[in-house]
Design a protein around this ligand. Structure first.
Ligand code: PLP
Length: 375
């Protein structure tokens, strides 16, 4: 599969620092429009901010009419609330000092509707005690394990019903629905992905029905990431909210593996040749502190200008490419690369240069890359 990003005027390109990340705002807006089209309505979307972690992207989502947002860290929740989002699902189980931080969030942003996830009674009781003392309340989503086995309770277990029931019995906690994340569904074919999702789905619906029969409200089923986004989007269930994250920027990992996804790369790393140590090698200033190193070595970034170059050494500040074209390059030459995994790549950069319809319009902070903003 071929990947491209928009051409950048050579003067602008020369002015960009390296290593750095550049975001194409028009591509971001196009990806958000594709998300809305697939979801069928802004009201079915609760995009995850972990991919970009940027207030400016949140503002674009808000301008598009997307009012619900998802986060994985306290800093992401704070970044979202600060940017004006007022309906936030913190899809992470708060434990230890993070419980007090949730209370702080509620104090700092009294107008927001916040929910957290839970899959165990102990932190749930601690959360209840903390919010009760503070005189605030928070929604709780039951984290339902549909096969990823990372967190959550099995939907067909008695524990699931009991835990959801207990939310309503604990002071300061309200029923916010179920969190249904399925990051293990990585089938290349959309048909196979759909079949896999639909084999677990009846258990979720059955749990919802059992809870509702017990008089418990299940207002939301917060489902999936980008790969299963088109599958849940097809389902005719009012409570479904869709939470893709990666699609906002897209990357080579998803683009290469899921041919049905219609997003376009909206972010690229900027790097320069710093050396040509042998006739068939060029060394770039793009170490694993500038582009995510969780994909396998040799496959962490794709260069549209050098699609077949082998990535032979990847250290903290160096990436060595082996290519028959090496002699065409000299130190100072600039290359754009599309990351294989954009989400941890964004988190490696303090800010990004922003290009909109060919013009350099400034820079955006990657606000929530920091673990703590103020809370
Ligand atoms: C709980 C949760 N929801 C949503 C997402 C978004 O998934 P994706 O990166 O496939 O868009 C993730 C990704 O890690 C996640 O962990």
């Amino acid at each position: 599969m071929e990947f491209t990003v928009p051409d950048i005027d050579s003067q602008i390109l020369e002015s960009l620092h390296s290593p750095s990340l550049v975001v194409f705002a028009d591509q971001v807006r196009a990806n958000i429009d594709r998300m809305i089209a697939t979801a069928g309505s802004v009201d079915r979307l609760r995009p995850h901010c972990k991919t970009h972690k940027m207030s400016e992207v949140v503002r674009i989502l808000l301008q598009k009419g997307i009012t619900r947002h998802k986060a994985a860290t306290v800093a992401e929740v704070e970044m979202l609330a600060d940017a004006g989002a007022d309906d936030i699902a913190f899809a992470y189980n708060p434990v230890g000092p993070n419980i007090a931080r949730v209370v702080e969030l509620l104090r700092k942003y009294p107008g927001i509707k916040l929910s957290v996830t839970a899959d165990h009674p102990v932190p749930l009781r601690q959360l209840s005690a903390a919010v009760a003392v503070a005189g605030v309340s928070v929604g709780v989503m039951l984290d339902v394990d549909v096969g990823l086995h990372r967190t959550g309770v099995a939907p067909d277990s008695d524990a699931a019903l009991q835990l959801y029931q207990s939310i309503g019995e604990l002071e300061g906690l309200t029923h916010a629905g179920f969190h249904v994340y399925d990051g293990h569904q990585h089938q290349k074919s959309l048909d196979e992905r759909r079949t896999a999702v639909l084999s677990e789905w009846p258990k979720v619906l059955e749990l919802k029905a059992r809870c509702e029969q017990a008089g418990l409200s299940v207002p939301e089923l917060l489902c999936g990431g980008t790969p299963t986004f088109p599958v849940y989007a097809e389902l005719d269930e009012r409570a479904i909210q869709l939470s893709p994250g990666t699609g906002i920027f897209h990357d080579v990992g998803y683009g290469g593996h899921f041919p049905d996804l219609n997003f376009v790369p909206a972010a690229a790393v900027v790097t320069r040749v710093i050396s040509r140590p042998t006739p068939d090698r060029i060394t770039l200033d793009l170490g694993n502190k500038s582009v995510a190193a969780d994909p396998p070595k040799g496959q962490r970034v794709y260069f549209p200008a050098l699609p077949t170059a082998a990535q032979v050494i990847h250290n903290e500040e160096h990436l060595v490419l082996e290519t028959a074209d090496a002699e065409k390059f000299q130190p100072g030459d600039v290359l754009l690369g599309i990351p294989t995994h954009i989400c941890p790549t964004s988190a490696l950069h303090q800010d990004v240069a922003v290009i909109d319809e060919g013009k350099l319009i400034g820079s955006w902070d990657v606000t929530a890359r920091n673990r703590r903003i103020t809370i």
